[in-house]
Design a protein around this ligand. Sequence first.
Ligand SMILES: [Mn+2]
Length: 336
Amino acid sequence: MTISNKERLRRFFTVFAGEDHVLIPINADPDAIASAMAIKRLLWRKTASVTISNINKIERPDNLAMIRLIGVNMIAFETIDLERFNRIVMVDSQPDHNVLFKELKPDVIIDHHPIGETNQASFSDIRPKYGATASMLVEYIRAADIKPSDKLATGLYYAIKIDTSNFEQKTVMEDLNAFQFVFKHCNIALARRIESAEMRLEFLKFFKRALDERLIRKGRAFAHLGNIVNPDICVQIADFFMRIESINWSIITGIYQGKFIIILRNDGTRKDAGKIAKLAFGKLGSAGGHKSAARAEIPIEPLEQITKVMDRMKILLWLVQHIELFLDNNKNNNKK
Ligand SMILES: [Mn+2]
């Protein structure tokens, strides 16, 4: 039994009355943020107030840029007085996704994750085949004959791109249709700015360290960043070295939450980063990946038996010696 988008929208609206104060608690990522914005737009002038509240601390640079550039107003969940609200709308999540959500009794759930425990929401629209909740919300916006503002459209555009990994992951025709619609209304310059905001100011000192302390041997770039604030920085620096024409491998490490993080990248020609990571580090910790990108994580404790983990130069030299065995081996095998 399928229902039309107009009928869905009608049922959604029946949940709300003019005096309602609506709370949208989200686990803030682009899909949840854009979906919450769409709900706010749908309920504009239909309820007394709509408040978006993030349960998580937002750290990813692109998410921060999205919030700032699109102008999303969000209130941290811990400062929210739940008594003030008589309606709860959950988007891109279900109550069993989070302990904080479990306490809430949502009146509306709109989500694309697999259907969890039976929920008591008076309106529930869960379509797991969709790549993004934002695509579902685009259908509501269209059914309501709303022309989205360029900021809302840009948010939805970015959400669909992120959740489908540029349509490389789970995507249905409906996602493409939704994308095509928001594309017409979005501000591409704004979207580009959000997408390119991958760096945080405090990352720059790690770039400096990587450039100062890098080792380059046989077209392979190595750098150890020491204690890092976020493993993303290793990924960014590894990708950065791969942009140098003469570099064909880049292996960047750092220490994060008691683990030695190793990020491997290569130029994708007759190389297998995932295999190298498993061979070199699989016995010491966890390792895996694809042909051109891989990652390994080794607990610090066993590593301390092998080398001086806190001595940046020592651990870098250990890493280079250790992995070169496998890299050189792999090279010879491929030549045969
Ligand atoms: Mn999502």
